[in-house]
Design a protein around this ligand. Structure first.
Ligand code: BES
Ligand code: ZN
Length: 458
């Protein structure tokens, strides 16, 4: 039977597949850093060439930002669109990496073999699982069982500024029966997962300005307003002592978890102590009275992602800075409107400004939460495929991160998405020493081969 021979081909081809992944990981495609624009393009070209080498009709489509990679291959079964992103997060702080972030290496760890590099898990290793599944299928059978479009984005980690205009202009060519998105994780080491809801995101950068120039803190300290003092007071007021966010109207429209979903999630047996223990913590820090999975998947949050201002270099400088800046983000759930929240957050900040201080806001992306319709028969196919590759039965879970494209596929192209990914909680995505387990890469590839075959079989 051809699925068996495809799976055997995948097994035999692992060393070469890992070499290919390493080649892609060597390209520092950091989308948010203009200095790396050429590298981002190189990663896109690498993927286009890899797709073309397999026989896809593959092209780069330029955008005002980074290019989209699009590949088409005809096939008999339903039409699926595969989405992944080839851009990666910045690497700083570089000093915390054990080796170069773009010098991938296979390593033995107590939990198994891993490939370590920026983007290994998010999302190059994951997107390559699908390409490797296509490669093995083509090598074994000479064709794909479904019509497949591959759509790879290079701006996901910087808020996807070109995505919506692109989908509006050229999305018709991407319209398929279903989108397959590989940018999420397993529920646990042994339990694979299909993500059925994701949080949205709103990013805001706020800069408070006080005096016209930086001041000597002896000459002016006491009489002059310090913008860091203003900023930190505002930020400290984001949450009350029970962990609730204080921006007016923040919880408007937020629904309680349905009893069915609450029961389903309770059945997952999430061990919050172990989850937090992995990262050196022990106590859930979200809203009082909520379960750990609610805090992660179904409750909205406000977080400060970075603060700058004043003197932060070596040694010491007695300065009252002219400006202080914070990057703040909100994870949103169904019912919350990112634009309305932006307005009320800005008004809330402005209302707290003392005399002589001004504030400037810079927007950083906004996407609503998304919920998947799981009625397409491919969900059952995927559930069985994942369950065949991991020890535990696949679970339908929520996700705390944001993958705005799923919402745009639905809104702009009327297309549902199936989110299956193979990352692990300890992959350190967005952090130093990011890695991807070779078992994730291998079983993920096998799972996609099963899914493509299964979808074609109906
Ligand atoms: N792969 C992640 C999203 C993710 C992480 C989903 C963990 C589920 C579990 C994705 O690349 C990502 O980091 N997205 C950003 C989106 C933002 C920059 C618009 C995020 O969630 O912060
Ligand atoms: Zn990602």
């Amino acid at each position: 039977m051809s699925l068996d021979s495809i799976l055997a081909r995948i097994d035999a081809d692992q060393p070469a597949a890992l070499d290919r992944l390493c080649d892609l990981l060597r390209i520092p495609s950091i989308s948010t850093d203009p200095a790396h624009a050429g590298d981002v393009r190189r990663a896109a070209e690498w993927l286009r060439d890899d797709l073309a080498g397999m026989g896809f009709a593959a092209e780069l489509h330029d955008t005002p930002g980074h290019p989209m990679v699009v590949g088409h291959m005809d096939g008999p079964g339903p039409h699926v669109l595969f989405y992944g992103h080839y851009d990666v997060q910045p690497v700083d702080p570089l000093s915390l990496w054990d080796r170069g972030p773009f010098d991938p290496q296979l390593q033995e760890t107590p939990r198994g073999r891993v490939i370590r590099a920026r983007g290994a898990a998010d999302d190059k290793g994951q997107l390559m699982t699908f390409l490797e599944a296509c490669r093995a299928t083509l090598a074994e059978t000479g064709a794909l069982p479904c019509k497949v479009t591959v759509f790879l984005e290079g701006e996901e980690e910087s808020g996807s500024p070109s995505l919506v205009p692109y989908l509006r202009e050229r999305g018709d060519a991407l319209k398929a029966d279903l989108a397959l998105i590989c940018d999420t994780g397993l529920f646990s080491e042994s339990v694979p997962a299909i993500v059925t809801q994701l949080r949205g995101l709103l990013g805001e950068e706020i800069t408070i300005t006080g005096p016209r120039i930086d001041l000597h803190s002896g000459m002016y300290g006491g009489i002059a307003m310090n913008p860091i003092r203003v900023l930190t007071k505002i930020l400290a007021g984001l949450h009350d002592e029970t962990g609730r966010v204080q921006v007016p109207g923040f919880y408007d429209g937020v629904e309680e978890l349905s009893p069915e979903l609450a029961a389903q999630w309770a059945g997952l047996g999430f061990d919050e102590g172990a989850f937090l223990g992995e990262v050196g913590l022990s106590r859930p820090a979200g809203e009082e009275g909520r379960t750990g999975l609610e805090m992660l998947w179904s409750r909205p949050t406000a977080e400060v992602n970075g603060i700058t201002g004043g003197y932060t270099g070596a040694g010491f400088k007695t300065v009252l800075p002219a400006q202080a800046t914070a990057k703040v983000s909100f994870r949103l759930v169904a019912g919350q409107d990112p634009m309305r929240l932006r307005d009320s957050f800005r008004a809330w900040v402005e209302a707290q400004l003392p005399p002589d201080c001004s504030v400037a806001f810079a927007p950083h992306g906004a996407a609503p939460a998304s919920r998947m319709d799981i009625s397409h028969p491919a969900f059952e196919v995927a559930r069985q495929a994942l369950s065949a590759e991991w020890p535990g039965e696949a679970a339908f879970i929520g996700g705390g991160g944001s993958i705005p494209v799923a919402g745009y596929f639905k809104e702009i192209l009327g297309m549902d998405s199936l989110l299956a990914g193979f990352g692990k909680d300890d992959d350190a995505i967005h952090s130093p020493n990011e890695k991807y387990d070779l078992s994730s890469f291998h079983h993920g590839t096998r799972a996609w081969a099963r899914i493509l075959t299964g979808i074609a079989a109906g």
